[in-house]
Design a protein around this ligand. Structure first.
Ligand code: ATP
Length: 237
C-alpha cells in the first residue's frame, strides 16, 4: 500500500520584482492511504495532479513528510520504489530513450535475469500486447504520437510493476486505441492509479481524488467525485 503522511511539496520560484526566489507550495499538506485497486485523480490544469502522481514513485520527493510504498520510503529507497511502482508519463518522449521500440522495451527489462534472446522475446510479446508487433524495428521518432504512447505503456508493463501510476495515459490516443488501453488498464491485476481528464475513466475507478490548488478537496465515491469536480469547474452535470 502507498501511504502519504503529512506531505508537503514546495519549489523555489523567481520573484517577479527581482528579489530572492520565493518558496511556493505545489501540493499539500496531504495525508492519504492508497489501497484501492483503481484510483483516479482529477482536477484542473496546474492543480497538482502530476505532482501527486510523481510523489508515488519518488520522481518528486516531499519537501516535508513521508511517502511510503509498503516498507519502502521514496526518499530513501528510490530505486526499489521505482521497481515496485511503474510510471507512465503523459508525454511518451519523456521516457522513450532507445532508437527502436524493441530496444526500448528490452532496456526496461535489463534488471530481470533474462538472456538477451529471452529479453528480445519478452519485449516483442509486450509490443504485441499493445498492437505494435509490426512496429518493433521502426525508428521511435517515426511512430505516431499515439503509437509512442502505446510503446511507453508497453515498456512500463513489461517490467510487471506491482503498482502502475499513469499520468493521462490516453490523451494522445484515437477512440479505438483509447478503448483498447482503457480495457487493458481495467483488466490489469496490479493496482492502477491514474491521473485523467477522462471522466468516464474516473467513473470506472473505485475511488476518486479531486485536486484543487494543491489540495485534495474530495476523496471518495467516483460519481460524487466527478460531480464535485464538475461543480468546481462550474460545468453543469
Ligand atoms: N519544479 C517546479 N517548480 C515550480 N513550479 C512547479 C514545479 N513543478 C510544478 N510546478 C507548478 O505546480 C503546479 C502544479 O503542477 P502539476 O504538473 O502537478 O499540475 P497538473 O494538475 O498535473 O496539471 P495538468 O493537468 O496541466 O497536467 C503548476 O502550476 C506547475 O507550474
Amino acid at each position: 500500500m502507498i501511504a502519504l503522511d503529512d506531505v508537503l511539496v514546495t519549489a523555489y520560484s523567481p520573484d517577479p520584482d527581482g528579489g530572492a526566489d520565493r518558496v511556493v507550495r505545489l501540493l499539500g499538506p496531504v495525508t492519504l492511504e492508497l489501497a484501492e485497486r483503481r484510483i483516479a485523480i482529477v482536477g484542473a490544469n496546474g492543480s497538482g495532479k502530476s505532482t501527486l502522481a510523481r510523489l508515488l514513485n519518488g520522481l518528486v520527493l516531499p519537501s516535508s513528510g513521508t511517502v511510503r510504498v509498503d516498507d519502502l520510503d521514496t526518499a530513501r529507497d528510490g530505486a526499489a520504489v521505482r521497481r515496485r511502482v511503474g510510471f507512465m508519463f503523459t508525454d511518451p518522449d519523456a521516457q522513450l530513450v532507445m532508437p527502436t521500440p524493441v530496444e526500448d522495451v528490452a532496456l526496461s527489462l535489463r534488471r530481470l535475469p533474462l538472456t538477451s534472446t529471452e529479453r528480445d522475446v519478452a519485449a516483442r510479446a509486450a509490443l504485441a500486447r499493445l498492437g505494435l508487433a509490426d512496429r518493433a524495428e521502426v525508428p521511435v521518432h517515426a511512430l505516431s504520437g499515439g503509437q509512442r504512447q502505446l510503446l511507453a505503456l508497453a515498456s512500463v508493463l513489461a517490467t510487471e510493476p506491482a503498482v502502475l501510476v499513469c499520468d493521462e495515459p490516453t490523451t494522445l490516443l484515437d477512440l479505438r486505441w483509447r478503448g483498447v488501453v482503457d480495457r487493458l488498464l481495467d483488466d490489469l491485476d496490479q493496482q492502477v492509479i491514474t491521473v485523467t481528464h477522462d471522466l468516464d475513466a474516473a467513473l470506472r475507478a473505485q475511488r476518486v481524488l479531486v485536486i484543487d490548488d494543491g489540495a485534495v478537496v474530495f476523496d471518495g465515491d467516483p460519481a460524487d467525485g466527478v460531480a464535485s469536480y464538475r461543480a468546481l469547474m462550474q460545468v453543469p452535470t
